[in-house]
Write a protein that binds this ligand. Structure first.
Ligand code: GRF
Length: 194
């Protein structure tokens, strides 16, 4: 399947997907990386992998939907069949979400349904949880609410700060996302071609 990746920043999860997609047997082929921030370091990483990257700054548009229409057009021009959100920090409107329903996944740094939204690691530590983790899920209208495809867990250790915990979770994110995207592609390939 033709894969489009949406980022806003560093792009370390994107990089893992690009690596996985270099394997001819992997069910997705990376064709496009889009960023809503012109200076996202991930765009340079994409270029290093030979994958076309493009910035579509959301601040250039009058409203959310106009921004999303611009993204949607580029995604369709590139015949993208599956979208992976990888540190993409814009909430998507119901219009975009329904247009890509069943074809768009996200990685979130918590064990959903716990801690949708921001500051997940701080919230897990403050609650006194003994473990944290990450989830890959289908994108649905509620933020971080869609069906979970796969999760990975890590312990929360005495003395953890949000940063040390984030580092431990990120190691698992990098292993989880390529695996979960492959599972999502298997589901999508059962559907009629769009
Ligand atoms: C990751 O922790 C991801 O789960 C969260 O934002 C971070 C993005 O990191 N949504 P990167 O841009 O993939 O390096």
């Amino acid at each position: 399947l033709r894969l489009g990746i949406l980022i806003s920043g560093r792009g370390s999860n994107m990089e893992q997907l690009l690596k996985a997609a270099q394997d001819a047997d992997y069910p997705a082929e990376a064709v496009l990386v889009l960023s809503n921030k012109a200076n996202a370091p991930g765009l340079e990483t994409a270029a290093a992998f030979g994958v076309p990257g493009q910035a579509i700054p959301h601040s250039d548009f009058a409203d959310r939907e106009a921004f999303e229409r611009a993204m949607d057009e580029v995604l369709r021009d590139n015949r993208v069949e599956v979208i992976a959100l990888a540190g993409f920090m814009r909430v998507l409107t119901p219009w975009f979400v329904s247009r890509w329903a069943g074809r768009m996944i996200n990685i979130h740094p918590s064990l959903l349904p716990k801690y949708p939204g921001l500051d997940t690691h701080k919230r897990a530590i403050d609650t006194g949880d003994s473990e944290a983790g990450c989830s890959v899920h289908w994108v649905s209208k509620g933020v971080d609410e869609g069906g979970v495809i796969a999760q990975a867990r890590v312990p929360i250790l005495a003395g953890d700060t949000p940063d040390t915990l984030a580092d431990r979770v990120l190691v698992e994110e990098h292993k989880l996302y390529p695996r979960a995207l492959a599972l999502a592609c298997e589901e999508i390939m059962k559907k009629p071609r769009r």
